[in-house]
Design a protein around this ligand. Structure first.
Ligand code: SAM
Length: 338
């Protein structure tokens, strides 16, 4: 049904499929592929949203520089390390440091934070801080960062340019290639249901994930934010996002795929469903609660006021109900030895 020669047309067919029996077959195949290639374990990646300052103006994102209604914050290095330690104590074996594109955290600051986390906690460190010069990526890798997430968001160049007035698609891809060459485990991803996006675009996204040969893929539905240029547009479909997850699992096989917060926000059962159609990672929010509401990339973000302990406990219960263990390993890439 699927192989290395699967075409964009075939993927589009699955994204538009209306036959319930065929769809059931898709979910089953995605779940089987997940089990065979990455196993039953669910990896916990505790995410710390350490700054909501951003120099960019991505049209969909509530952190965009032009959103003057957002109260901005920056966590201190001590607060970030403390949050990481708490997450590690709760069993997270990866700490994800995410922020807007905030150059206040220059390479020196980031390297100091990474070194402290790596020396004080037994965890892998993932960065999700946007585009930086190659020298900075190198310094952070030398300081011990293991992975980097940089979603390409959409493969449609014209749409990318429209939604990212101060960014460039080719530069983003060049950053991903640079990160790979520095030895980072890399992650890309897209947003499903962006205004102006077509089914063909989504099929191209999946084929690009495969071409980029990334280690991780983050997929979530678009959720409109009232203080962005996309205010008033319809949200993306969580069901379509689940199909993109399922097809990505089937075609890429051994990548790590999170059941994203965007999915949980758009459908309260979204994470549970994602874990049954290809996902094998959950990213509990371990940001101190006092900052949570201000990291408003989209409204009504799932778990925006729950403590890290409660978030992690809920994920453990979800794993239990699926009869799947929480991993006690780092959850590194399965594509090559680390
Ligand atoms: N600044 C870093 C970057 O651009 O890679 C990381 C932070 S950024 C806020 C994290 C992700 O949030 C983006 O890659 C984007 O996919 C997602 N995001 C932002 N606004 C969104 C929205 N309205 N709906 C769905 N996802 C959104």
């Amino acid at each position: 049904m699927f192989d290395d020669g699967t075409t964009s047309r075939e993927i589009e067919g699955w994204l538009c499929e209306t036959d319930g029996a065929r769809l059931k077959e898709l979910w089953r195949l995605a779940d089987d592929t997940r089990r065979r290639h990455v196993g039953d374990e669910i990896h916990l990646r505790g995410i710390i949203e350490f700054s909501n300052h951003c120099r960019r103006n991505c049209a969909y994102c509530g952190l965009c520089a032009s959103n003057s209604g957002l109260q901005r914050y920056r966590m201190t290095a001590a607060e970030i390390v403390e949050a990481a330690k708490k997450g590690a104590a709760q069993g997270a074996k990866t700490i994800v440091l995410q922020s807007g594109e905030d150059t206040y955290y220059d390479a020196q600051r980031m390297c100091g934070i990474i070194r402290r986390i790596k020396s004080e906690c037994d965890v892998a460190v993932t960065l999700s801080i946007g585009e930086r010069p190659a020298l900075e990526y190198r310094a952070m890798r030398d300081a011990g960062a293991d992975r980097f997430l940089l979603k390409h968001e959409t493969t449609n160049r014209r749409l990318f340019q429209k939604l990212h007035p101060d960014d460039d698609f080719e530069e983003r891809i060049a950053c991903l290639e640079e990160l790979k060459s520095l030895g980072y485990q890399t992650g890309s991803g897209n947003i499903v249901g962006l205004p102006g996006q077509t089914i063909e675009d989504l099929a191209d996204d999946i084929l690009l994930f495969r071409e980029l040969d990334v280690d991780m893929v983050g997929i979530g539905p678009f959720i409109a934010h009232s203080r962005t240029p996309l205010a008033g547009y319809s949200d993306g479909s969580s069901e379509l996002a689940l199909r993109v997850i399922a097809l990505t699992r089937i075609l890429l096989k051994d990548v790590h795929i999170p059941a994203t917060t965007a999915l949980a926000t758009s459908d309260p059962g979204g994470r549970y469903k994602a874990l049954q159609c290809g996902a094998n990672v959950v990213m509990p929010n371990i940001t101190p609660v006092k900052y949570r509401a201000r990291y408003e990339i989209y409204p009504d973000k799932a778990e925006s006021l729950e403590t890290p302990e409660r978030n992690i406990a809920r994920i453990r219960r979800m794993a239990e109900s699926l009869n799947r263990p929480i991993s006690t390993g780092y959850g590194h890439t399965l594509k090559h030895a680390v």
